[in-house]
Design a protein around this ligand. Structure first.
Ligand SMILES: NC(=O)c1ccc[n+]([C@@H]2O[C@H](COP(=O)([O-])OP(=O)(O)OC[C@H]3O[C@@H](n4cnc5c(N)ncnc54)[C@H](OP(=O)(O)O)[C@@H]3O)[C@@H](O)[C@H]2O)c1
Length: 264
């Protein structure tokens, strides 16, 4: 049975991907910061507690200042409750030791697909004049970039064993082609993740491990906000089709959820 590991599977895009792969019959190992030791995937945002990043929204790349509004998780209306929930293991990417602990819990279990989806966006209200404090740069890079790398590194034995593929969820805000002048930390982390993915594609070529980098769309999640363009399940459907097409021949590509090559 196909084994899919998805970081940040408690809500949003990651949760929708977990639901999709379970519906396909795959075995899904999801993660969230605190995990669910009983192996029950939380069924609603209310069970998750407040969103870490508040109403932060990853919207169109040319968005102006952030729009305020209540955080909403689009998956609440997209995801049907499942009778059998996947295991949700703890993985807090602010802790550099967490990916190795995850790898230890998985043991020698081969991985067919690793989706590095977990991410944070905490600087959407910051201004150049007085915002973007150093600790925020450190935390956001730790979660969005270093955390993704350490997860790939820690799970490399299982990926090699499964001849697995790696999907990194970046953003259109990674692109230099459409600078928005806002969300400077988030944009820098997603650009770094894109760069990381393209280099990992080369570094892991000899292992036969393909690496894709994706913009999931502007998605109605805690991060994307209620006014975003697509639902989490639409994003997941599109992304899964892209992951299906990920191969050594397409490794290193930066694609949108609906299959268009994205400008770097
Ligand atoms: N929504 C959009 O419009 C949009 C657009 C472009 C790119 N993206 C990217 O798509 C990915 C998913 O976004 P989303 O909208 O689904 O976000 P979301 O609804 O805010 O969910 C974020 C997920 O990441 C996990 N996470 C947050 N901080 C973490 C940490 N320190 N360590 C480990 N896991 C952590 C969360 O787990 P907890 O439940 O434990 O907090 C949750 O599962 C992100 O990488 C985001 O940057 C989103």
């Amino acid at each position: 049975m196909t084994h899919v590991v998805i970081t940040g599977a408690s809500r949003g895009v990651g949760r929708a991907l977990a639901d999709l792969y379970r519906a396909r019959g795959a075995r899904v190992t999801g993660t969230s910061r605190r995990g669910s030791p009983e192996g029950v995937l939380p069924g609603s945002p209310a069970q998750d507690g407040p969103a870490q990043d508040g109403p932060a929204q990853d919207g169109p790349a040319q968005d102006g200042p952030a729009q305020d509004g209540p955080a909403q998780d689009g998956t609440a209306q997209d995801a049907s409750p499942e009778p059998v929930a996947p295991v949700l293991l703890p993985l807090d990417l602010t802790d550099p030791a967490a990916p190795a602990a995850l790898a230890e819990r998985l043991g020698a279990d081969p991985i067919d697909l690793l989706v590095c989806n977990a991410g944070m966006f905490a600087d959407r209200h910051d201004t150049v004049a007085g915002g973007y404090p150093a600790p925020l740069w450190a935390e956001e890079f730790q979660v969005n970039v270093t955390g993704a790398f350490l997860t790939v590194q820690a799970l490399l034995p299982q990926l090699r064993a499964g001849k697995g593929r790696i999907a990194l969820i970046s953003s259109q805000m990674a692109s230099d082609a459409a600078p928005g002048g806002n969300a400077l930390i988030y944009r820098a982390t997603k650009a770094a993740l894109l760069n990381l993915g393209r280099n990992l594609a080369v570094a892991l070529e000899g292992d036969g491990i393909a690496v894709g980098i994706y913009h999931p769309g502007w998605v109605r999640t805690d991060m994307g906000g209620a006014g975003a363009a697509i639902s989490a399940s639409e994003s997941a459907e599109g992304l899964a089709a892209r992951f299906d097409a990920l191969s050594p021949e397409t490794s290193g590509a930066f694609l949108t959820w609906d299959g268009r090559p994205h400008a770097h």
